[in-house]
Ligand binder design. Structure first.
Ligand code: GDP
Ligand code: MG
Length: 331
């Protein structure tokens, strides 16, 4: 999928605002280890409405594009799966997808968990980005968790990671210091995010609106719904389950004021199926009702959700299953 495709024909009828003089627009890739707060930041930046499907085009399932429009710029943000060293095929696909995003964007936003000192995982990503054609900005996220007395020490560990303070670097000799700006922010409270948006926008090329000003996302409805279910699984189950879970949305039926959604949760082992269903089906009920509440916000009306659990041994190592679920290596 080519991200610079023009918006689809059905949008032509919608009024694009005329872009003022000096307007900037372009693509921003959000890159970072899992759990640093990429998705939270995305939601913070575009507001809750990111959860609503807009009429904008299809995209690769696991790359959400969120659209943020300010009076002077339009940022199309690509949420990439977290980068970590790949351990199996799924990991490799996710890394490829994130790498693909880096090559195609105008600015890269490297998000790190600034409440902890820089770690090996961050070093791995810095090396991936070292030769990025696009400028890189580093956001030290989770600033709300940082004790002011430690802020300088934590920031220094990230400067060291970039080779800015080579004398203090625990990472050994770096080829050359990277002059990537570091900005602190909190994706949960929103602190520092205004400055972050300004800094990103300043690095975009001059250009007109790429999407209507009101658009917030081009995520296909199915992916959004499956992610809402996966989110509940992550919230309610312990470590052994989440990474083995994929969700496929089998049917969405618009049934008058009510929307019916049929979905299957795939796991790798029958023991995981047991955990997901729970005693007397209680776990699946909890997951289902949590997801249903979120879906009702998306559809702005009642939702009927039916969840099935299916064991597909080794789905993570099965290329055709991965493709079916939308994990495309070519991004
Ligand atoms: P991702 O894997 O990078 O997309 O990370 P998520 O957005 O899913 O966030 C991972 C966890 O960190 C969640 O529990 C978030 O609530 C939490 N989190 C993200 N950003 C912040 C932040 O700025 N402050 C705090 N305190 N928690 C955050
Ligand atoms: Mg995420």
């Amino acid at each position: 999928m080519e991200i610079h495709d023009p918006p689809p024909a059905e949008l032509a009828a919608e009024a694009f605002p005329s872009s003022p003089e000096g307007f900037r627009s372009g693509f921003v890739a959000l890159i970072g280890r899992p759990n640093v707060g990429k998705s939270t930041l995305l939601n913070q930046l575009v507001g809750e409405k990111v959860a609503i499907t807009s009429p904008v085009a299809q995209t690769t399932r696991n790359r959400l594009r969120a659209i943020l429009t300010t009076p002077s710029a339009q940022l199309v943000l690509l949420d990439t799966p977290g980068i970590h060293k790949p351990h199996h095929l799924l990991g490799e696909r996710l890394v490829q997808s994130a790498r693909g995003a880096i090559g195609e964007v105008d600015v890269v936003l490297l998000l790190v968990d600034g409440s902890e000192p820089a770690g090996r995982g961050d070093g791995f990503i810095v090396e991936l980005l070292r030769h990025s054609r696009a400028p890189v900005l580093v956001a030290l996220n989770k600033s709300d968790l940082v004790d002011p007395a430690r802020a300088e020490e934590l920031a220094a560990s990230y400067r060291a990671l970039l080779g800015i303070d080579p004398d203090t670097s625990p990472w050994g000799e770096r080829p050359a210091p990277l002059d990537w700006p570091l900005l602190a922010c909190s994706a949960t409270t929103g602190a520092g995010t205004g400055e972050l948006v300004e800094a990103l926008a300043a690095r975009l090329p001059l250009g007109p609106h790429l999407y209507p000003a009101g658009a917030v996302s081009d995520q296909p409805e199915q992916l959004l719904l499956s992610e809402l279910i996966r989110e509940q699984v992550l919230h309610h189950t312990r470590e052994e389950v989440p990474h083995s879970v994929a969700v496929s949305i089998d049917r969405i039926v618009d049934d008058g004021p009510r929307t019916a959604v049929l979905a299957t949760v795939l796991v790798e082992r029958s023991s995981q199926k047991g955990i997901l269903i729970g005693k007397g089906g209680t776990m699946l009920k909890t997951i289902g009702s949590g997801a249903r509440l979120q879906m009702q916000k998306v559809f702005d009306g009642p939702v009927y959700l039916e969840l099935f659990v299916k064991v597909v041994p080794n789905w993570r190592r099965n290329p055709s299953k991965l493709a079916e679920l939308g994990y495309r290596g070519d991004g």
